[in-house]
Structures are given as C-alpha cells and as structure tokens.
Write a protein that binds this ligand. Structure first.
Ligand SMILES: Cc1ncc(COP(=O)(O)O)c(C=O)c1O
Length: 405
C-alpha cells in the first residue's frame, strides 16, 4: 500500500502530543529523528519475548536474539548495498564509527602523510583526525568553503596528492544542508590510493545510499537520525580494509582464542564488535530500515525536497531573514538568522509555540567562524513533516519576531 503523508505522520506516536499546550511541530530532525510505532514495538517485543545475550548461548532465547540481530545486519547490508554482510559493523553511532577508523588506521599513517577533510565537517569528523595527526605527525588539510555554503572544488581537489592517507568527508552538511560533491573527490583520492571515509550521518536517512556505487572505503551513520533507537550506529567498511585494520577495542566477542601468551582475533565483523552488543538497538535499526524501505528512499527524498522548497520560499518573505547555506544541491536543513535577533531568543520563543528547532553552532564551529556568526536557528525537516508544520512554524516565527523586535 502506498502511504500518503497523513498515514506516514500517524505512524509516529510522539507527533500526536502537545508541548506547552500547542501541537508539536518537530523540526529538529537533523539532531535526531522521531521513531515510528513499528520501531518502538520491535524494541518492546525484543525485551518482552527474546531478550538474551547473543552468540554465546545454546538456549532458545539466545538463538532467537542472535538470529534477529544478524537479520538486522542483513537489512543494513541491503539498505546501503554493501557487497557482503561481514562489511557491516555495529557501533554506537557515527562518532564511534569515525573514531574506530581514525584509531585503527594509525599504523598506516606517517608524518609524511596528510589527511583531507572539509571546512563543513561536524566536529565528529574533525577531532578524531586531529587526534590521529597528533599521534602520527600527519598534517590536516581542509577543503575551503564559499559564501553559498559549497566547497571550493578546484582548491579542494588540489589538496589531494600522493601523500594523502585519508580523505574523510561529510556527505551532507548538518549545519548548511549542502549535499557535497563527494564523487569528484573520491575519484581523485582513488587515483592516489588514499582511504576514503564518508560521514553519512545526514545522508543515510534522507536519500538512497549505495556504498559500492560511491566507491568509499568506509561509510558511517547513526541509527537515531534514521528512525532507529539511540546508541546504535553503523560502520560500513570494505573487506580489504577491515581485514588489514587492527581491532579498535579488545574484549569478549572479538576474539578467536585467548591465552596469556597470545590472543587471536575473530573474523570480521566480530573483530570490531567487542563486548555485548546493543541487541535492542540492532533490532530497532532493522525495523527502522524495513519501515523506510517500505516508503522508499526516493520517496523520502522527494517529500523532503518539497518541504525544503516550500519552507525556503516562505522564510525568504520575512524581513531581515538571511539563510546560511544556499547550495544548488541541498537537503532539507535550513539555517537562518534574523537581523537584530539572537538565535537563542528565537529558539526559546518558538518552543513556547510548540515548534522544536535547534539553535547554536550545531557542532560545526568552523562554519560559524567562516560566516562570523555565533550560531544559527536551524529548522530541519523529515518526510513525516507536512505543509501544516510549515504553516505553524511560519506563524510562530512571525509572532516571535513581533515580540522580539
Ligand atoms: C554530519 C554529522 N556527523 C556526525 C554526527 C555525529 O553523530 P552521533 O552524535 O550520532 O555520533 C552528526 C550528528 O549531529 C552529524 O550531523
């Protein structure tokens, strides 16, 4: 059955509630998405019927929990079109996935090398690479940004050379919404045999992602931004890389044999999954992916693009409002400021009208420094938002601005 927007909205129990006595208008999806009833049910059902530790038991519940969590791995494999299920590693989230790669790749990086990132990265895709540079003496190179919120492609491409060990790029900017031209950068990195990592925190939930087509070595994303629970994320890695990288953490689950003299490690993916995994999170992730695939990622992208166009044109009618991030290719994230109004005051008043937006630097301080601003108000949309949400947002915004100026 093809769902219309109202059916989709009704799938999300939280959206039925009021906040401060007003219907909730949730426009903070880039920070975290809401969860459909099927995901909440899947997690509840797990705890009510098959909760047990995985991989270690021969009792029925353990076997069922193992089967359900490994089914979730298969769901992720198909969602991102990985070549093999072993290339899908469960982590805590995007931050954890990037840190895993940045730590494990240390022995392949030397002081002669450089690591290329961009000016628009989330702190999660800056700090782990700075730490790698501190450990190895490698140099961090940064693809510059222009006023539209797009990368300077020519200058950026020139940064990649035979000493580039890692190219680590955000697929979509969480602060500006820009869908970055990663393909050209990946092509150049390939020519120089650099490892390519993509931060897909803002793309996996909003567009069709095909890791084989992208030809990246690593792709990272978080469950909580993708209608799945918190505390679960994915690191996709090409088999060749995952096999040569040493483990990130040691402990149970990731070993083959242990003696006091020597430990041998399990094969991938378990080599990178030390300790009891987040079973409920994995099952929730599987349910979220099934839910999204039933709607269709192309439809998700289409619905969100329509919301982006409508909200952008309504916002631009407001006197003194400036949007930061006006790239040609954009996801449904709108960062803005209104002349003479502090973003925090605006966010606080919007909340009183039931509208949840985010204010601040959005973990992208270098972007704020580039535009010489302290932060922005960010409205970010998901496929379950509607034109009614935009109407309520604009009405609340106008009322708030009347109070503030
Ligand atoms: C582009 C981007 N990268 C990384 C992250 C970090 O994700 P998490 O906090 O789920 O690890 C975020 C979260 O906002 C993000 O938007």
């Amino acid at each position: 059955m093809i769902k219309n927007s109202l059916d989709i909205r009704n799938d999300f129990p939280i959206l039925r509630q009021k906040v401060h006595g007003k219907p909730l208008v949730y426009l903070d999806n880039a920070a975290s998405s809401q969860k459909p009833a099927v995901v909440i049910e899947a997690v509840k059902n797990y705890y009510e019927t098959i909760n047990a530790n995985v991989h270690r038991g021969n009792h029925l519940l353990s076997q069922l929990a193992t089967e359900a969590t490994e089914n979730a791995r298969d769901a992720v494999k198909s969602f991102i079109n990985a070549a093999e299920r072993e290339e899908v590693i469960f982590t805590k989230g995007t931050t954890d996935s990037i840190n895993l790669v940045a730590a494990s790749i240390t022995k392949f990086v030397s002081e002669k090398d450089n690591i290329v990132i961009s000016h628009t990265e989330h702190h999660a895709n800056i700090v782990p690479w700075q730490m790698l540079c501190e450990r190895t003496g490698a140099k961090l190179r940064v693809i510059p940004l222009n006023e539209m919120g797009e990368w300077d492609v020519e200058k950026g491409l020139a940064l990649i050379d035979e000493h580039t060990a890692v190219l680590a790029l955000g697929h979509v900017s969480n602060a500006l919404g820009t869908i970055n031209p990663i393909e050209q950068f990946i092509k150049k990195a390939r020519a120089h045999e650099a490892a390519v990592l993509l931060d897909g925190a803002q793309s996996a939930a909003h567009m069709k992602v095909d890791v084989q087509n992208l030809d990246c070595d690593f792709f990272c994303f978080s469950g909580h931004k993708l209608c799945a629970p918190t505390g679960i994320g994915i690191l996709y890695g090409k088999r060749t890389w995952l096999e040569k990288l040493p483990p990130y953490q040691g402990g149970g689950e990731m070993i083959h044999t242990v003696t006091f003299e020597k430990t041998t490690y399990a094969d991938i993916p378990f080599k990178f999954e030390a300790g009891t995994p987040n079973m409920a999170g994995m099952i929730g992730m599987g349910a979220a992916i099934e839910y999204l695939q039933n709607i269709g990622m192309n439809k998700v992208a289409q619905l969100e693009d329509a919301l982006l166009q409508e909200a952008t044109s309504r916002l631009l009618q407001i006197d003194g409002l400036k949007i930061y991030g006006n790239a040609k290719e954009k996801a449904a994230v709108i960062s803005f400021l209104v002349e003479g109004v502090h973003p925090y005051d605006l966010g606080t008043l919007l909340d009183k009208f039931g509208v949840a937006v985010r204010t601040g630097h959005h973990c992208t301080q270098p972007i704020m420094d580039f535009f010489n601003i302290p932060g922005t108000v960010r409205a970010s949309f998901a496929f379950y938002n509607s034109s009614d949400d935009i109407e309520a947002f604009i009405t609340a915004l106008n009322k708030s601005l009347n109070m503030l100026r």
